[in-house]
Design a protein around this ligand. Structure first.
Ligand code: SF4
Ligand code: SF4
Length: 352
């Protein structure tokens, strides 16, 4: 069955290819090299900031919001060692359809194009209304719908995922060794077994249906990634159906909530970016809707609650005005004083 035309450019620069090679074969050397190059980049970015970027205003006005992330729930069925989910004590909830519909209508109206159904800390497949929401997006003409899942419920949902109209799916996974997987995702071996069954069914069903969904397997292994990818079941039954295999061995510390001693094997914590002189890209490009209709900037981590960085609620104001409003611009302007950003390890300066 021919593959659906690739949704993203698959041609990689030689540096990316080399980086991936080192990460897969020598992950510990990769993390040292990565952190060293990151420090060099930190220095270069600051020179660049002082010469060019610093003259620009961090204020945004009248800009269309291009991508909206629906954080459908803050309930998860795993408890990964690299995630602070267990430390989040917000009320557990799911986004109701009317809240989703109102936000999506506003988002489309102002010219939005890309939709993500990836919760900040939670599992989207636990939302019984997920496929109705995807269908509604399709009806409204959204043709880039993205979902990130831990895959635990694939066995139950694989047909609906393929037939729903979803465009891109990323499945977070650790490795095929059941014991090691369970150490990282902190679930039972039965869950791991069902996940692999579901993954195989999903990939084969997607192929049977003409490769409707672009599927990436995102490995977060504690073993050397090259060895994970040598697994005979992966090589013989899964690899040929996948569009991409991504590897992550360096992790956000979530403001010190995750420490090196929490991680296993080749997993490493990312070094903090030292001189943060310009607002982070996430204050411009990542806008997340919470289940109660609150709109927040960023959505990568939290200090005490997910309600940090809230810039408005879709019941009081439309999303375009919220995104370009005073609350959002004040956060961008005063970003240096924000305790969450001060310690964040995944800061990236906004340069456009
Ligand atoms: S990383 Fe994702 S799957 Fe793992 S505990 Fe956090 S929210 Fe759940
Ligand atoms: S520095 Fe970290 S917390 Fe602050 S906006 Fe960027 S990603 Fe979010």
């Amino acid at each position: 069955m021919p593959k659906k035309e690739k949704l993203s450019c698959t041609r990689k620069s030689p540096y990316v290819v080399l980086g991936r090679f080192v990460q897969r074969n020598h992950p510990v050397i990769f993390s040292k090299l990565y952190n060293f190059l990151d420090a060099t980049k930190d220095f270069a970015v600051n020179i660049n900031y002082n010469i060019r970027i610093g003259k620009r205003s961090p204020i945004r006005k009248g800009k269309v919001l291009d991508t909206l992330t629906f954080s459908l729930t803050n309930v998860c069925n795993a408890s990964c060692i690299f995630c602070p989910y267990e430390l989040l004590h917000d009320k557990k909830e799911f986004m109701k359809f009317p809240v989703f519909k109102k936000a999506l209508d506003q988002f489309i109206e102002q010219g939005g194009k890309h939709v993500s159904f990836t919760p900040i800390f939670g599992e989207a497949l636990l939302d019984n209304d997920l496929f109705n929401k995807i269908n509604y997006c399709k009806k409204k003409g959204v043709n880039d719908i993205f979902l990130f899942t831990n895959g635990i419920l694939l066995n139950k949902n694989y047909k609906q995922i393929v037939d729903s109209g979803l465009d891109k799916l990323i499945i977070s996974f650790s490795e095929f060794d059941s014991k090691k997987y369970c150490e990282v995702y902190r679930v039972t071996q039965k869950v791991h077994k069902e996940l692999i069954e579901g993954l195989e069914k999903l990939l084969k069903y997607n192929e049977k249906k003409g490769h409707k969904v672009h599927i990436t397997l995102a490995l977060r292994p504690s073993s050397v990634p090259k060895n994970v990818m040598k697994n005979s079941f992966f090589v013989n039954n899964l690899k040929k159906y996948l569009d991409d295999v991504a590897v992550m061995t360096i992790f956000n510390s979530h403001n010190g909530k995750i420490k090196q001693e929490n991680l296993k094997g080749v997993m490493r914590i990312k070094r903090p970016f030292r001189n943060k002189n310009y607002p982070c890209v996430m204050l411009y490009e990542m806008v997340t809707l919470l289940p109660n209709g609150d709109v927040k900037l960023c959505g990568c981590t939290f200090h005490k609650t997910l309600n940090e960085f809230v810039i408005g609620n879709i019941n009081d104001q439309d999303i375009f005005n919220i995104y370009n409003g005073d609350k959002a611009n004040n956060l961008r302007k005063n970003f240096k004083n924000n305790p969450l950003c001060k310690k964040c390890t995944i800061y990236k300066p906004y340069r456009k």
